[in-house]
Design a protein around this ligand. Structure first.
Ligand SMILES: [Ca+2]
Ligand SMILES: [Ca+2]
Length: 402
């Protein structure tokens, strides 16, 4: 369904109201049927005891993305200033930024997702010194275009800025500055993967547009990987790897299996952990008015999340259970025997660092879930020697091995 922009912004408000009214009706019905006497058990939030220690590395200005170079330098993006910065391997802050881009940041106090977002280091960095970013570039008026750009590192300075993807659809300020995706990472196949949020235009199932998709492109020029699933499908954007996303804020690859795992942010409930595979449909926006976390009836072939996040005291299907998962990173139990081989998640709303243990050997179910720290809201990166670094709005911290 195509809706015009003012309608879709309006629909979001209306759908919230509708969901509230429907939830109230369901509660009344349950009470009338006697269902209210069986109190629904909310999911338990388990904290690791005693908690793992962490240390402050540096204070920082909204360090939304972290990425290590193989030489041990930590690169990070400042979300609102457009500066890309470096910490040396000894943790020293370099006062001059590596590079700067002008970013579109709304000048009104709103919950905005425009800014400098994704950061990725080239897998062949030692040979080519390439660093990639995703940011919202100001265009005419108050609009912004998502751009993937590459810099070349020359003695801690990013030179030769080169646009890798510059033809993505603009985001419109009247749609609330949200759902722009914006994470970039290299897969084990050497291709660059890019998340594009739905920007509230609800075209995530439409294969002619990159909106609401994950793209898989050649790092040299942003063109489609030649074996992408929709290469040769008439009208489809050949860069699309998977579709049906609202706002997959971050993703990562399981080192042993190469499987791709991504966090899907919904607006109120049923935030998902997905295993993302080529050519698959992940259900949005048909799931928009679902009251459960099941796959949408209209799209029975779509892929359901393997796990749903929930804030403390709620179940994933409750309104306002969303935790807004951000960072996602596999770690090894070698440096952190208490964590074991597991998946670490950070959440913007709860600020939890959550450890999820996946079932062996298929890695497609969560078998343990516990809170490791309570000050991680933005990103996680693993240093070349296996140490976990993570960030919140004002700090970069390091999880002490143990
Ligand atoms: Ca989904
Ligand atoms: Ca990340």
């Amino acid at each position: 369904m195509m809706v015009n922009h003012s309608q879709s912004a309006d629909l979001t408000g209306r759908s919230t109201l509708l969901v509230l009214i429907l939830s109230a009706l369901v509660c009344l019905l349950l009470l009338a049927c006697g269902g209210g006497s069986e109190e629904k058990k909310v999911r338990e939030t388990v904290r690791m005891e005693p908690p793992l220690a962490s240390e402050l590395v540096t204070s920082a200005n909204f360090p939304v993305s972290l990425a290590f170079a193989p030489d041990g330098r930590l690169f990070y993006n400042e979300f609102t200033t457009g500066d890309i910065r470096i910490l040396t391997p000894s943790g020293q802050f370099l006062p001059a930024p590596f590079a700067h881009v002008d970013v579109a940041v709304p000048d009104v106090e709103v919950q905005a997702e425009w800014g400098l977002l994704g950061l990725a280091i080239d897998p062949e960095f030692e040979a080519n010194h390439y660093v990639y970013i995703y940011f919202m570039q100001p265009t005419h008026g108050a609009e912004a275009r998502p751009v993937v750009m590459r810099f070349t590192d020359q003695d801690n300075r990013g030179v030769n800025p080169t646009v890798i993807i510059g033809d993505l659809e603009e985001s419109r300020s009247d749609l609330g500055f949200v759902n722009v995706g914006g994470n970039i990472h290299f897969g084990p196949d050497g291709y660059l993967y890019v998340t594009i949020g739905d920007r509230l235009v609800f075209t995530s199932e439409d294969l002619t547009t990159p909106t609401g998709k994950i793209l898989r492109v050649r790092k040299e020029d942003g063109s489609a990987a030649p074996d992408n699933p929709f290469v040769g499908t008439e009208g489809a954007d050949p860069r699309i790897f998977a579709y049906g996303f609202r706002n997959t804020f971050d993703f990562t690859f399981q080192p042993q299996t190469g499987l791709m795992y991504g966090n899907e942010n919904h607006s109120e409930r049923c935030d998902e952990l997905n295993i993302i595979k080529a050519g698959q449909d992940y259900g949005w926006p048909a799931t928009r008015l679902n009251l459960t976390c099941e796959r949408p009836k209209e799209r029975p072939e779509s892929i359901q999340g393997i796990y749903n996040y929930a804030a403390p005291g709620t179940n994933p299907e409750d309104v306002y259970s969303s935790t807004a998962p951000t960072a996602i990173q596999f770690i090894s139990g070698n440096r952190y025997p208490r964590l074991g081989d597991s998946l670490l998640i950070c959440e913007f709303v709860t600020k939890f660092m959550r450890r999820l243990e996946l079932a062996v050997p298929k890695q497609d179910k969560v078998v343990a879930d516990e809170i490791v720290a309570e000050d991680c809201s933005l990103d996680i990166a693993i240093s070349p020697d296996g140490v976990v670094y993570y960030s919140n709005e004002t700090e970069i911290r390091r999880l002490v091995p143990g």
